[in-house]
Write a protein that binds this ligand. Structure first.
Ligand code: DGY
Length: 321
């Protein structure tokens, strides 16, 4: 048997995933889990057969152009691939894969948590208690919005959107959605399809974003579209920060046009727009949609299944370029 393929693993992965990497590959691990600079990455990639990056690595066209010819594959440890210039990879003949399906449950859990946290003012209550400022109970105290029986609007009825819809049905929520294409009836399960984002926005009490970050979806939630929202809507984002124009959303949160926002993803993570911290009606999490032990393992195994296929000369299951 020839030597094992060399794989640069850019971030710290679960032990079971690293064990499989050690068994089947010649891996380079990132001992202190820092984000590599492009120069560091290039030095490590020298002579490597593949990269196993996360969304924290920006593999722009310029970075991909600098990769050595030895790199044949980029097996992402992520479902989102907006950090990779797919055209640049294609033009260099580098195969790119992602990890769909395995993080849908975990991410939908966080969407529901954000929905509830934003609607029921969970962060505000937690802050109050920690600051020893909870003085008394009153019927007028910390009154929020009930999500039971409300209408949930989903933008992007892919895997995560579908699971979120399923979980929200447990709260008797009516599901409306927008997607590039209407999904089959067995997936819709009675959900109401809207051909335009704007029509959906006017129809829901809670709006949850589940579409990929692409040039077309940048600033999807902007000042103009916010005008289409029902006053007092709750906005949830577990997809990518680039879907939201931060200034526009913050203005709407200040005016009350948007009652509250539950956010797990942001522009310029981790240096998020400071305005979100100043608002009481935001429930903020640090990009942990897929951060469960079960899902992290599954993401790693899925990325490795893709690598295994590539190095066995087979088509990987999750090829995106
Ligand atoms: C994903 O897989 O895209 C998650 O956002 C974590 O990177």
């Amino acid at each position: 048997m020839g030597s094992k393929p060399k794989v640069v693993v850019t971030r710290k992965l679960p032990e079971a995933v690293q064990a499989r990497l050690r068994r089947d590959y010649d891996p380079h691990f990132n001992a202190d889990d820092h984000v590599y600079s492009t120069d560091e990455l290039m030095a490590l990639a020298d002579g490597a057969d593949a990269l196993m990056p996360c969304h924290s690595e920006q593999l722009s066209g310029a970075v991909i152009a600098r990769l050595p010819d030895s790199v044949k594959a980029i097996a992402n440890f992520s479902v989102g691939v907006d950090h990779v210039d797919l055209d640049a990879a294609r033009s260099r003949g580098i195969i790119v894969t992602n990890t769909p399906d395995v993080l849908s449950d975990a991410t939908a859990e966080i969407a529901l948590l954000l929905m509830l946290g934003a609607a029921r003012r969970a962060a505000e209550g937690d802050r109050l208690i920690r600051a020893r400022q909870w003085r008394l109970w009153s019927p007028a105290f910390m009154v929020g919005t009930q999500i039971t029986g409300k209408t949930l609007g989903i933008i992007g009825m892919g895997r995560v959107g579908q699971v979120t819809a399923q979980r929200a049905r447990g709260f008797d929520m009516a599901i409306h959605y927008h997607n590039r294409r209407r999904v089959p009836a067995e997936i819709e399960q009675g959900a109401v399809y809207h051909e335009s984002v704007e029509a959906l926005m006017g129809a829901c009490d809670v709006l949850s974003l589940h579409c990929p970050a692409t040039p077309e979806t940048r600033d999807l939630i902007n000042a103009e579209r916010i005008e289409w929202l029902r006053p007092g809507v709750i906005l949830v984002n577990t997809a990518r920060g680039s879907l939201i124009d931060d200034q526009a959303l913050q203005a709407a949160l200040r005016s009350g046009r948007v009652a509250a926002a539950g956010l797990d993803v942001y522009n310029d993570e981790p240096d998020i727009h400071p305005g979100y911290r100043e608002l009481d009606n935001t429930f903020l999490l640090p990009h942990i949609g897929s951060a469960t032990r079960e899902t992290r393992d599954a993401m790693g195994f899925r990325a490795l299944d893709n690598l295994d296929a590539i190095f066995a000369g087979r088509e990987p299951g999750d090829r995106v370029a």
